[in-house]
Write a protein that binds this ligand. Sequence first.
Ligand SMILES: [Zn+2]
Length: 487
Amino acid sequence: MRFFVAMLSHETNTFSPIRTDRAQFEAHDLRYGGELLETYRGTGTCLGGMIAAATELNAALVPSLAATASPAGRVAKEFYAEARDRLLADLRAAGQLDGVLLDLHGAMVVEGIDDGEGDLLRAVRAAVGATPIAVTLDFHGNITRAMVETATLLHGYKTYPHVDMRARGHEAATRLAEAAAGRIRPAVAWRQPPMLPPIAGQLTTRGPMRRLYDLADAMEARTGVLTVSIFAGFPLADIHDAGLSIYVATNGDQALAERLADELAAAAWDLRREFLHTALSPKDAVARALALDGRPVVLADIADNTGGGAGGDTTEILRELLRVGARSATVACLWDPEAAAACVAAGVGATLTLPVGGKVDPVHGAPLTVTGRVRTLSDGRFVYKGPMMRGLEARVGPTAVLDVNDVKLILISQRRQALDPEMIRFVGIDPTAEKILVLKSSIHYRAAFEPLARAILEVDAPGLSSSNLGRFAFTRVRRPIFPLDEL
Ligand SMILES: [Zn+2]
């Protein structure tokens, strides 16, 4: 068999002032053809799983585009058009295909196109006719009718932290082969209860999402059920279809798919209040961390998670650490290319005074002027070694550690979520030796840091990935929807 494979992935936070243009993709990952296979083979990613399954199935892969950028504002319409046209041109040039594998996100919003994936999938469907299309989607996908109706099968991640990307990629490729051989005939059902769960309430290790996935996993084990996905949705993409949704595919049994989808939608609705989330003020969180015995204590800066489209440069927790004179603390990581460049220019050992952070969005805090010593410099390359994206190389650009009275700021030049201890180790800091680790991440840090942290405290500082949805002015999401409206 011959399968076409491509990735176009972006989680769009429509409240972010950062436009996701071509340069943002180039900085993160943008490659074509055989490079897709070379880069992702053997990695803990959807593409890694698709490639592994294709090898096992003895299927040939025709690689096209692989494009992803750090979550931020709407994708520039010129870049989206370029990427879509490239993918469609590759499809036309691919010759006879048995199937199409796409690694998409599900919450990509393009300038002028709220449903990015729906638009892309319609174009791909028009190009390939009846050829089966299997798609992996992020747990944060905001699923639309266009996605459900154009794809043969959707496979959402079932975990947050997302530790099953490779498994989902493998599953999508395996099901695609079955569909291509005519061994399965998917019948799908989709439900969209009026729910917009905040990010910090969506983890799948416990709480309401765990309970829903326990139900879903039991359904998936039944004969005739192909796949069940519960998408928690991405609330900060302010589009009509944002929020939680249910997707069930059976082998030809439409009534069963509808019945299971109804059952899950009702269960999710009953749990809606359990998704609501509260966290500590920066002042209370720092005081509690310092009072605890043992180390490290993680202060999760859940509202400034670049993985949710926040700037990664807010300073409220840092300000509090310096105010109380905390020591043995590391802030991972503060996005500030200007400050990193100033440290590089000054050199290791130099002392300098400069403003850091607070440059993305004045609504969420101002720069903070600090005086510190440049402790380490790095070119910003490291390899993920934790449960997420293991084996994949990351680049965060010129990086400096500025030591401000033993509060160490890791200043990076490309926005990247602090979800792996390697993002601290690569600049020569041992995360387990620190008293306090400030991690700019909502949930993903838990996969690698829970096993090594003495305690975790979630902090409700300002930021564009806040789980306090009352802080945002929604205009496009369908209403009424819980918890924006009391239902
Ligand atoms: Zn996600």
